[in-house]
Design a protein around this ligand. Structure first.
Ligand SMILES: Cc1cc2nc3c(=O)[nH]c(=O)nc-3n(C[C@H](O)[C@H](O)[C@H](O)COP(=O)(O)OP(=O)(O)OC[C@H]3O[C@@H](n4cnc5c(N)ncnc54)[C@H](O)[C@@H]3O)c2cc1C
Length: 492
């Protein structure tokens, strides 16, 4: 923790007392992770959540390798694992499951299926334990920013003040709309109905019919989702009134249209409707207001990447925003958030576009799909797609340098145990095989691990708090330059 308990931003000169360093709109997965990351640095953070109760739609989401690694980096994974089901690592590209390729370099090489409300609850609890305030039933309705901060107005008229406002308020983000940031892209071409319900026929009957239909229709499933309960996905074609919540009759009608039977479905636990719109915010930052998660990007759920992408936005933004609040951030640090994360979102949007085409029942698309299934037998193709979907292939552009520069470092064995175990506090870390480097005046924000036995084939690396390699080498002066670049002026 940094010693000062107050904001390093200049004090407010107007009459409204500044109450928080950061206000986050939305306590979904992105907002909760961002709040926890900020609390690691003693930032006074308030999360405003529109809904009074947590969401109830129990869709299972998949946490991919990079998100699992990040959770391990903050000591959260052990808490999450018992609530999910581990499945083998695979690209799951366009719902094509192939065995994991060889050469997959991660201690966490699996997919964790976990109900979204459960992961949301665990992340929110974690943020609160670290000291974040979460207020439910409080919607952000407006804001005004000036040179010193942001005045945030709630739906009931209450006004709050903070240095920064972050819109983590989902695809229909109020913050993004009020900012006037464009959200160009493609509207939904197809929509689906999804829900969990009981069935009236045998498991064998369902399995046989579903296998037959899924040979050509990928936007359809009936999968066991607990004792006596099935998860159902059907196209929403012809279910007209989008403003009304879907009904069991809608689902039955769609099942009969596609399968010739409604499988006797009854007693729905929940039903929802979603589309495959693809959109990306023009900007992630306007002054003191920033966007993260679905507020900045939406895309079809194929490949299960949306929650992962938002959570990873939060890991990228948290320490930079904290550095700004604490007063040591280099001038341009906050702008690296958009420079690094927007291209990542662009790439995810593109891969979901490609996957969506591969789900089409048109003969041409089906032929391309068969060809890709063959190609994925080549390890390199399989690994390339897996690195895309699981986000372990991300390389931020930190300028010229070895291939490792800008990439994440896997959870290596070090003298003290595992590398990720040393990153729980969200600080930078110098992993030093030469055992003669120093972090000098940056020791209040960067840890130094001297270990000549570390399983690394370079002399030293500087890791940012999000686990990306910011420097590689063995020269102290060069290291100092890079410490300044990422962690500002030394304290002494
Ligand atoms: C069928 C389906 C399956 C999916 N499967 C996966 C998967 O396997 N893996 C994966 O990674 N992703 C998956 N996703 C995507 C994932 O659900 C989203 O990407 C994720 O929820 C985004 O998180 P978020 O926190 O950015 O936004 P959200 O989860 O939308 O949270 C935003 C929060 O902001 C609140 N809010 C809204 N407006 C305001 C306001 N004005 N003031 C205050 N609060 C406000 C909302 O109530 C909400 O709680 C799936 C999506 C669907 C539809």
């Amino acid at each position: 923790m940094y010693p000062p308990q107050f904001s390093a931003e200049p004090p407010s000169t107007d009459r409204t007392p500044r109450t928080y360093d950061v206000i986050i709109a939305g306590c979904g997965p992105t907002g909760a992770v961002l709040a926890a990351e900020l609390r690691l640095h003693d930032v006074r953070v308030l999360v405003l959540e529109k809904e009074t109760e947590p969401a109830s739609a129990v869709r299972i989401v998949g946490l991919h390798i990079r998100s699992l690694e990040l959770m391990a980096m903050r000591g959260l994974l052990d808490r999450i694992l018992p609530h999910g089901r581990q499945r083998p690592a695979s690209a799951y590209f366009a719902a094509i499951a192939k065995p994991a390729p060889t050469g997959l370099d991660s201690r966490y090489a699996y997919l964790l299926g976990i109900p979204q409300p459960v992961i949301e609850r665990l992340l929110e609890e974690h943020a609160i334990e670290l000291g974040a305030q979460v207020r439910r039933g409080r919607a952000v309705a407006g804001f005004e920013q000036d040179d010193e901060g942001v005045t945030v107005e709630l739906a009931d008229g209450e006004q709050l003040r903070s240095c920064y406002l972050i819109g983590c308020d989902g695809g229909r983000s109020t913050v993004r709309k009020l900012l006037g940031v464009g959200f160009p892209g493609e509207p939904a071409r197809t929509e689906s109905l999804m829900g969990e319900m009981e069935v009236g026929v045998s498991q064998e009957e369902i399995a046989a019919k579903v296998a037959e239909i899924r040979e050509t229709h990928q936007r359809f499933w009936l999968r066991p989702a607990g004792v006596g309960v099935y998860s159902v996905l059907v196209p929403a074609t012809g279910v007209s009134d989008r403003a009304e919540p879907p009904t069991l009759d809608d689902v039955k009608r769609q099942l009969r249209a596609i399968a010739g039977t409604d499988f006797g479905v009854h007693s729905p636990r929940w039903l929802s409707r979603f589309g495959d719109a693809t959109r990306l915010a023009d900007r992630y930052r306007v002054g003191r207001v920033l966007l993260a998660g679905d507020a900045a990007h939406i895309h079809p759920p194929i490949g299960g990447q949306g929650l992962n992408l938002g959570v990873q936005d939060a890991f990228n933004l948290g320490w930079k925003l904290a550095a700004r609040i604490r007063g040591w951030a280099p001038e341009a640090l906050l702008d690296t958030y958009q420079a690094e994360r927007r291209p990542v979102a662009e790439a995810v949007l593109d891969n979901t576009r490609a996957q969506t085409e591969l789900l089409s029942t048109e003969p041409g698309a089906q032929a391309v799909r068969r060809l890709l299934i063959e190609l994925m037998d080549f390890d390199e193709v399989n690994l390339h797609l897996l690195e895309k979907i699981t986000a372990i292939g991300i390389r931020y552009d930190f300028g010229p340098g070895p291939d490792l520069l800008g990439r994440r470092l896997p959870d290596l064995d070090v003298k003290q145990g595992h590398l990720y175990g040393l990153l729980h506090r969200g600080r930078g870390l110098l992993l030093d095989r030469t055992e003669r480097l120093t972090v000098g005046g940056w020791s209040d924000r960067v840890d130094h691990v001297a270990d000549s036995t570390a399983a690394l084939d370079v002399p030293g690396v500087l890791l940012r708090p999000d686990g990306h390699v910011a420097w590689i080498g063995d020269g102290q002066r060069d290291l100092d330059d890079h410490l300044s670049r990422w962690f500002g002026e030394p304290a002494h």
